[in-house]
Design a protein around this ligand. Structure first.
Ligand SMILES: Cc1ncc(C[n+]2csc(CCOP(=O)(O)OP(=O)(O)O)c2C)c(N)n1
Ligand SMILES: [Mg+2]
Length: 553
């Protein structure tokens, strides 16, 4: 401790809240439990108080913290009571681990002074959470809290980002300690290897048909501007996925997401930035589409060493601060690079042809409604700074096809963990993180069942969100594949045409059911104008399955 560092004294909850605030946390997502009361007391007595956002299921608190981390790039904070409170949060913690979302979960824990005697919810939680988090540990005494919480937040926000779990025994939660007051957060950034960057620039320079892929970590690492600089200066055809969507704005001439199959199938070099080479990217095998052609060379650029693919055959890789890597490539390519305009032009032709084909679906008059028509109505109504959240199967896959965000940081999809039920938590987080933006939650009717009760949370906290449901009365993303494999399906149907808008109304929001495609637009306008949580329940055609090329297996 230096002389200039003030001392902080208080109970563990006060100390933990002070550290969270020093790391930029504004909201504590939680559901009540006595084991974590000191966190609430710490929030209430902080100056100014920390916002408490209480939900109806711990998964919602944890998904809200995860989405806060994604949207604000400051770790989200969930506080979950001991035992079932913590176990209810595990799926969201796993999702954060898969997506690299910075978040800290503070768990209650049965008291240390009775450990082994069988007190209520006496569960050793870190071993349960360990495999799905960056770090999971118990802060055994009040005097561990200041340093332990700082370590938790620092780990969560350092590349590669992810969830950190700590629990504090109840007796020690109420105990007091003192120590140095938390200062501003420290983060270190890994300098990339300059020789490797030059090697990658050489590979790009030598390519005839290069393609760039920008993923979630481009946004998470704060490299979105460097990425766009590189794309525009080098005029590289680019695809985006996850939270990389919007880094190259929808409609940009270099964005060829609509020509994805041609781009990845014909490329001779694919440079993947800030996203794993997982099932979403064909496990990192590209090209070789035309007869006699060889697979593309693959370059992987990652925010940290552990993220570089271990399974794909890589021509080169670089890890470290993504802004430095991308600016390093730009500096190299600025001086000399081939002209790829013919290749880019070919892909732009495919983009145009795809957009032309999509137009029919987006304006489909079909009865029952084709889910694409919903996007035909929604997309023109989206502002550039809107936040769009997907929670569902096929319905959300259609969104991935038709919604091309204009800015980064406003697109939340299920990501590689693909966990249904994140929707309401993410919507709550988005409403708080972007108070003046449109927040649109796209819900499958199946997915809605996991979290719809948390409309109550939106209502209690005065958080308006537009919910748009593609209600095909089925778990369609599973129904189609089961039909394909077995010629029949079971456990894939839901009750026909359920009035989920009635559920939202009962909880204090508003909504309506739409069965005529020509009524969707007006219903969306009413939802955006309503200023309350509003569900547009669109009854859609279960036969209109998403044309899927991969099942992720
Ligand atoms: C927590 C969880 N349970 C089950 C699944 C498997 N699953 C993936 S998509 C899907 C169907 C989703 O149905 P719905 O939300 O109605 O969207 P639809 O495919 O019908 O458009 C299911 C059950 C999952 N991904 N996550
Ligand atoms: Mg469905």
């Amino acid at each position: 401790m230096t002389e200039s560092q003030p001392t902080l004294s208080g109970h563990s909850g006060e100390l933990a809240v002070a550290v969270a605030r020093a790391h930029g946390v504004e909201t504590m997502f939680t559901l009540s439990g006595a084991h974590v009361f000191p966190m609430y007391d710490g929030a209430v007595k902080a100056d100014p108080p920390m916002r408490l956002l209480d939900v109806r299921h711990e998964q919602t608190a944890a998904f809200a913290a995860e989405a806060t981390g994604k949207l604000t790039r400051v770790p989200g904070l969930a506080v979950l009571t001991a035992g079932p409170g913590v176990t209810n949060g595990v799926s969201a913690i796993a999702q954060a681990q898969f997506a690299g979302s910075p978040m800290v979960v503070v768990g209650g824990r049965a008291p240390a002074n009775r450990w082994g005697s069988g007190s209520l919810q006496e569960l050793d939680q870190p071993p349960i959470v360990e495999s799905v988090s960056k770090l999971a540990r118990t802060l055994h005494t009040a005097s561990d809290v200041l340093a332990g919480m700082d370590q938790a937040f620092t780990a969560a926000r350092s590349a590669h980002r992810g969830p950190v779990f700590v629990d504090i025994p109840m007796d020690e939660f109420f105990n007091s300690a003192s120590g140095p007051a938390p200062g501003p957060p420290g983060t270190s950034r890994l300098e990339p290897d300059g020789d490797e960057v030059r090697r990658v620039a050489g590979l790009i320079r030598g390519a005839e048909r290069p393609v760039l892929v920008l993923g979630t970590d481009v946004w998470a690492d704060g490299a979105e501007e460097a990425a766009l600089r590189l794309v525009e200066a080098a005029r590289l055809p680019t695809l985006t996925n996850g939270m990389g969507r919007g880094v190259v704005p929808g409609g940009h001439p270099m964005l060829v997401t609509k020509a994805r199959s041609a781009a990845l199938g014909k490329a001779d070099l694919v440079v993947v930035v800030g996203t794993p080479l997982d099932f979403r990217l064909g496990y990192g095998v590209f090209g070789g589409k035309d007869e006699g052609s060889t697979p593309a060379q693959v370059v992987h650029l990652a925010d940290s060493p552990g993220q570089v693919s271990g399974h794909a055959k890589l021509a080169a890789s670089v890890c470290g601060d993504l802004t430095n890597i991308l600016d390093g490539l730009l500096a190299e390519l600025d001086t000399s690079r081939p002209d790829w305009s013919a290749w880019l032009g070919d892909l732009q032709d495919v983009v145009r042809a795809t957009a032309e084909r999509d137009r029919d679906l987006l304006s489909a008059e079909a009865d029952p409604i084709h889910p694409a028509r919903i996007y035909g109505e929604l997309v023109p109504r989206l502002a550039d700074d809107s936040v769009v959240i997907g929670d569902g199967g096929d319905f959300v896959s259609f969104a991935g096809k038709f919604v091309e965000p204009k800015r980064p940081g406003g697109w939340l999809d299920p990501g590689p963990y693909g966990c249904l039920g994140a929707g309401l938590g993410a919507a709550i987080a988005a409403r708080l993180a972007r108070p003046s933006s449109q927040v649109v939650l796209l819900l499958g009717d199946g997915a809605a069942g996991f979290s719809l009760m948390d409309v109550d949370t939106l209502v209690r906290h005065g958080l308006p969100v537009v919910m748009v449901m593609g209600n095909n009365s089925a778990w369609a993303l599973e129904k189609g594949p089961m039909q394909m494999l077995y010629g029949y399906d079971v456990v894939a149907d839901l009750a026909p045409r359920t009035a989920y808008d009635g559920v939202v109304k009962a909880l204090g929001g508003a909504g309506e059911t739409v069965t005529d495609p020509r009524q969707i637009g007006a219903a969306l306008d009413r939802a955006f104008d309503s200023g309350v949580p509003y569900l547009v329940n669109v009854i859609t055609d279960v036969e209109a399955a998403y044309p899927r090329a991969t099942f992720g297996i």
